[in-house]
Each structure stands twice: as C-alpha cells, then as structure tokens.
Design a protein around this ligand. Structure first.
Ligand SMILES: C[S@@+](CC[C@H](N)C(=O)[O-])C[C@H]1O[C@@H](n2cnc3c(N)ncnc32)[C@H](O)[C@@H]1O
Length: 455
C-alpha cells in the first residue's frame, strides 16, 4: 500500500476527495447514490406548498423573493419546487415574484442542472452560481428570502471527535492505494491527486473507490475549534469512545444563512442524514461515515447544529424526521419504497438480483394506483454480476415500468397508496402485518432529518 499523502484531520481528506468526486463525475454521481430529491418530487412539493402558504401573505422587500438552493445535484428539487409553486399559485401571487438561484461548487453539476428539461420549463425564473456553500461571498447580505439544502452537510468539512476518560481525541485519515492499482505513473498521479487536477484525473480509469483509508486518533484541545464554547457544552453529553461528527462545514453554512437572510425571510431548511437526538449520538456502534463510489460522507450531528444555530441567533429551530415533514404535506403516513421492500418477509435472505426483482415488482404493483404528476420512466439496469436469467427478468420488469409511476426506489409512498396496491403486493409475498409494521418501526439512530432555522 502506498500513501497518497500524510495523515491529516478527517475534514482535510474528506473535502479533498469529495471535490475530486464531484469535479470529475458530474451527473454520474447519481449512479453511485440516490437522494430523496434527485428523482422524487414529494419533498420539493412539500417545500413549495409551505413556501406558498407563507409567501402569499407577505411582500418581498425588493419585489423579488430570492430563493437559494445550495448543493443542487441534477436540479430536480428546483424544477419540482418551481413547477409545484406555479401550479398551486393559480392567482399569480407568488410564482411571478420568485427567482431561484442554484448554487454549487461543481461546474459540471451546474451544467447538467441547467440542461434538466424539467428545470428548463422555468427559463428566466432561475439562475446558477458556482460557489462554495461555506463561503458564498458573491451575495449581498440580507437579500435572500429562503435557503434550502438537501444532503450537502454530509459532504462538507467534518471533524470527528472522540471522548475518552475526560480527554478529547480527533480522527486523522490517510488515503492509500495498492502499489499495483495506480491508474497512471505513480509520481504523475500523486501530483495530479494532490493538486486536484480535475481535467487530468477525469481521464484516468476509476480510482476513487479503490482508495483504502487508514485512521488514527490524536489528542486535541477544543479551544481552537469553531464554536468552541457551544461544542464544549455539547461534548459534555458524549458517551466515551463513540466517534462524534462535528460538521464544521455545516456550521459555516448556517452562519452564512444568518448573514444572507433578508429581514422578511422563511429561514434555512436543511435535509440530511445523521443523528437526530443525543441518544442517537450515544448509540454504541452506530456508523459515522459512508463511502459511495469513492465519495466520503459523514453523518450529521443534528443536536449540535441546533446549538450552533442558536448561538448564531436563530431563535426558531425545529427538528423532525424527514418523512414527518412529507407526511404533514401529504396528510398521510408515508415511507419510501425501500422501506416497504425491507419489510418483505424473505428480503433478508435474498440474493441482490432477487432484491432488484422484488423492488421492480413492488414498484410495478404500486404503479397500479400511483400517479406521478411528472413524466419520466425510472431507469433500472441490472447490477454487475447479475445472472443471465435474472438479468432478463429485470430488463422485462424495467420495461413494464410506467412513465407516470413511482419515480424512484426512494420515492415516498403513502399508506393509502400501499394498501390500495395490497392485492398485487400480496402476490409478491408481502403480508399485511409486515406492511403495518413498516409504518411502526422505531427510527434507526441514523435517519433522514429535516431541520429548519428561523429567526
Ligand atoms: C449528495 S449531492 C446532493 C445533491 C442534491 N441536493 C440532491 O439532493 O439530489 C451534494 C451536492 O452538493 C454539492 N457540493 C458538494 N460540496 C459542495 C460545496 N462545498 N459547496 C457547494 N456545493 C457542494 C455537490 O456538487 C452536489 O451537487
């Protein structure tokens, strides 16, 4: 194994690797993971409905409601937000006065978002700005009405803190590559990698997911950390020996939001995954990082973000599970299709391709009742390694998917939709009691969470 650099605090390597990931992969990021906003519309619709209800009763100071989204992916959230707003605003009270600014660090991502056909239907109502979410120095303070971000904090700088017998230790990381796995001449590659030479790195064979990470913990004093006093108070609640994410990049976005929000504003709404409560933080053995196709993400410490928000002067802060936010909007209990599939009595013993077949069968079953307001067929290729017979079956099931059906495997579906499709679901082996239990299972210590910072 050859080190690609020195051991550094985890936020150093995490941000280094993620800027390479987004910089060279562009829209292909969604081949590695889905988000609740990248194909589904229900989160965006809930946001648009809330915004409409608030904005129609008020007037923007400078005639325009400027909305910003930070970390925009394929632009689907913006597109569905604007489409929903235009639809519900039948009296033209809000949509004509909205301008939506999509901000992202990656030029590749923004290029792809601008090409999103659903977003193009709102030409003139949106613009894109290349900016780092932690800095965003290109905007005047107090000029933004609402800020939204989905699954960006987990990408931003995060330090990892460990408490042991009253002392604090910080996680250090170092990336390694197998000596035989270098995608180019070793010295040239090391230079390109360390300089983040995106143009050159993008031309190399895949290497991000072959990186092996070593970790180490070193003694640290919290005095110089951002929001040291808030952090010290928060850390008093830490159980010993459990790695705690300290999402310092997210702190910066909250501080930036405070600076940018106009006197009449609808706050900063963030969605991400992580620990909602201190009990979740202290849950032994819970994961604290994730690697997807080479991207390095850290779970979000929501109780700490709330404390930081209060220290910054946000007075109205609410935290809830993300599906609760969607449920309020839909007026019905909701789970994602993945959650439904997880409650199938045989799923734990299934081979990965059989899970794909079950997923596709479940979506086709739900499509007998589900109506997507947007046209677009879910692309569901068989994964590498799928045997020929199952590959054929997957292709057939994928071909049968409706273009007005459930848009994603993580799309939200309501209890009514699931029970209305119970007959075809039963044919796939689901039992009614399992479906009920899917709506009753307690949230895991790592969950999708909605947090709202209001002033
Ligand atoms: C996990 S993706 C989520 C995309 C989208 N919000 C969604 O939910 O589908 C993270 C997004 O944040 C962007 N991003 C990552 N680091 C960033 C930074 N420091 N500043 C601005 N954008 C960043 C990436 O380019 C990507 O578009």
């Amino acid at each position: 194994m050859v080190p690609l650099g020195d051991f550094k605090p985890s936020d150093f390597w995490q941000t280094h690797i993620n800027s390479i990931f987004y910089g060279i992969k562009g829209t292909q990021i969604h081949n590695h993971f889905q988000t609740y906003a990248s194909l589904d519309h229900r989160l965006a619709h809930a946001l648009a409905d809330d915004f409409y209800a608030e904005a129609r009763r008020r007037h923007p100071e400078n005639k325009i409601w400027y909305l910003q989204e930070w970390g925009v992916g394929n632009g689907n959230l913006a597109a569905c937000f604007l489409s929903r707003l235009r639809k519900v605003d039948s009296d033209d009270e809000v949509y004509p006065f909205v301008h939506y600014i999509l901000c992202d660090e990656s030029a590749e991502i923004l290029k792809a978002a601008r090409a999103n056909p659903h977003l193009q239907k709102h030409a003139g109502k949106f613009s894109t700005v290349r900016a780092h979410a932690e800095h965003l120095d290109c905007f005047r303070p107090r000029c933004v009405s609402k800020i939204i971000s989905n699954e960006i904090w987990d990408d931003l700088s995060t330090k990892i803190l460990l408490k042991h017998q009253g002392l604090y230790y910080e996680e250090y990381l170092c990336p390694f590559l197998d000596a035989d796995a270098f995608p180019a001449d070793k010295d040239e590659f090391l230079e390109q990698f360390n300089d983040r030479n995106l143009a050159k790195l993008a031309r190399l064979p895949h290497f991000l997911d072959t990186i092996h990470w070593e970790r180490d913990f070193q003694r640290v004093s919290l005095d110089d950390w951002p929001f040291a006093k808030t952090l010290q108070e928060h850390a008093e609640n830490f159980a010993d020996e459990i790695p705690m994410p300290v999402n310092i990049g997210a702190f910066s976005t909250i501080a930036k939001a405070k600076e940018l929000l106009a006197p009449t504003n609808f706050g900063y709404t963030g969605f991400d995954y992580g620990m909602k409560t201190v009990e979740d933080l202290n849950q032994e053995g819970r994961p604290y990082f994730n690697l997807y196709g080479g991207q390095y993400t850290f779970m979000v410490n929501f109780p700490l973000l709330e404390n930081v928000g209060r220290a910054l002067g946000f007075t109205e802060i609410t935290r809830e599970y993300q599906n609760q936010f969607v449920e309020k909007n839909l007026g019905s209990a909701s789970i994602s299709v993945v959650d439904l599939v997880q409650c199938h009595p045989q799923v734990v013993d299934m081979a990965p391709w059989d899970k794909d077949i079950l997923m596709l069968g479940s979506i086709n079953a739900l499509n007998t009742v589900y109506r997507n307001p947007y046209a677009g067929k879910l692309n569901y290729p068989a994964a590498d390694g799928t045997p020929k017979k199952q590959r054929k079956q997957i292709a057939q099931l994928a071909k049968n998917l409706s273009s007005r059906g459930v848009p994603d495997t993580v799309a939200y579906v309501t209890k009514e939709e699931i029970f209305a499709a119970l007959k075809p679901l039963r044919k796939l082996g689901y039992r009614e009691k399992d479906v009920h239990s899917a709506f009753q299972s307690p949230p895991p210590p790592i969950s999708f969470v909605h947090i709202q910072f209001g002033i």
